[in-house]
Design a protein around this ligand. Structure first.
Ligand SMILES: C[S@@+](CC[C@H](N)C(=O)[O-])C[C@H]1O[C@@H](n2cnc3c(N)ncnc32)[C@H](O)[C@@H]1O
Length: 288
């Protein structure tokens, strides 16, 4: 397990994932009843961009300048993006940065923590001991936030259904294992059997279209509830950029979520483009 999110923190893929995550949390909070926010691959929660700023090799250069870096000074962003940028700035200040340039970028757990209401609960799973320890330190003592050093796929089986009978589950694996998709689909199948009404959001990289289409086909064999895929590409299919886009599969998306998400993604496609040919794609993998 070599993956370190460090060099990717704040890149275009994090921007897309964290903006949609905030929108999902806000959508679930339209109802007063509390819910479980379960994260299977939570990461360390806070990323020091100064550590990544120099890169450590040609292959590992910081990616945030082409992600959050492009949004920091803009004043023309729609609310769903502007609020995300404001939270990143506030997080950076609270983490101790007194300079104008961004230094500390929040991971997904802290977007959830920021929005959690007293009736909501967070369960954050991370397998890497050092990353998990950092996450636990950042979490401090909070009654409704539990950090678990464990395999996220085991958590999908063990922690569902939740007591609240409502949950938003974020699955954000590193995709470094050859059988990551197979593990993911098996774990989702088990989770859906236990808790078919949960909202599951699964991040995936767009390097090869065919690989993603196979993933969608595997999901269809589960006969899932309504399932939507939202994709952002920052470069066209024939570009030399390896990670030219990413997506979020949402099982049981909130009512008309695509209507809220699409304009935000269209803005991101414009602001974050790195080469011609990028854009936005919406696909229903399964409809009601
Ligand atoms: C993409 S990063 C997570 C980033 C985080 N969700 C965010 O948006 O801030 C993936 C994380 O999964 C962890 N990881 C790898 N395999 C895992 C597993 N089987 N279960 C739980 N965590 C795992 C890695 O150590 C890494 O921190």
């Amino acid at each position: 397990m070599n993956y370190r999110h460090h060099f990717h923190a704040g890149n275009f893929a994090d921007v897309m994932k964290h903006i949609l995550l905030r929108q999902l949390l806000l959508a679930l909070q339209k109802k007063p009843k509390g819910f479980l926010y379960l994260e299977t691959h939570a990461g360390r929660g806070e990323y020091d961009l100064a550590g990544a700023a120099a890169g450590d090799s040609l292959a590992r250069q910081p990616e945030y300048p082409e992600g959050i870096g492009r949004l920091m000074d803009r004043t023309d962003l729609p609310a769903g993006i502007a609020e995300y940028v404001d939270f990143v700035k506030e997080f950076d200040r609270r983490a101790g940065n007194l300079k104008a340039a961004l230094r500390f970028y929040p991971g997904s757990p802290w977007f959830a923590r920021q929005l959690a209401r007293p009736q909501d609960r967070l369960a954050l799973c991370e397998l890497q001991p050092a990353e998990c320890a950092a996450l636990r330190d950042g979490a401090g003592l909070a009654l409704r936030v539990l950090v678990h050093e464990m395999d996220g796929y085991t958590a999908l089986r063990a922690m569902l259904p939740p007591l609240e009978r409502r949950a938003l589950v974020l699955v954000d694996p590193p995709y470094e294992a050859a059988d990551e998709y197979a593990q993911l689909v098996r774990a989702l199948a088990a989770a859906l059997r236990r808790f078919p009404s949960g909202v599951f959001a699964v991040w995936y990289p767009l390097t090869e279209r065919a690989r993603v289409d196979e993933f969608f086909a595997a999901l269809r064999t589960l006969q899932p509830p309504p399932t939507l895929a939202l994709e952002l590409t920052i470069a066209g299919e024939y570009s030399a950029i390896k990670l030219r886009g990413c997506g979020l599969v949402i099982i049981n998306p909130p009512w008309q979520f695509e209507r809220e998400a699409e304009p935000l993604l269209r803005t991101l496609a414009q602001v974050l483009a790195q080469a011609p040919g990028g854009g936005v794609r919406l696909e229903w993998i399964a409809r009601e």
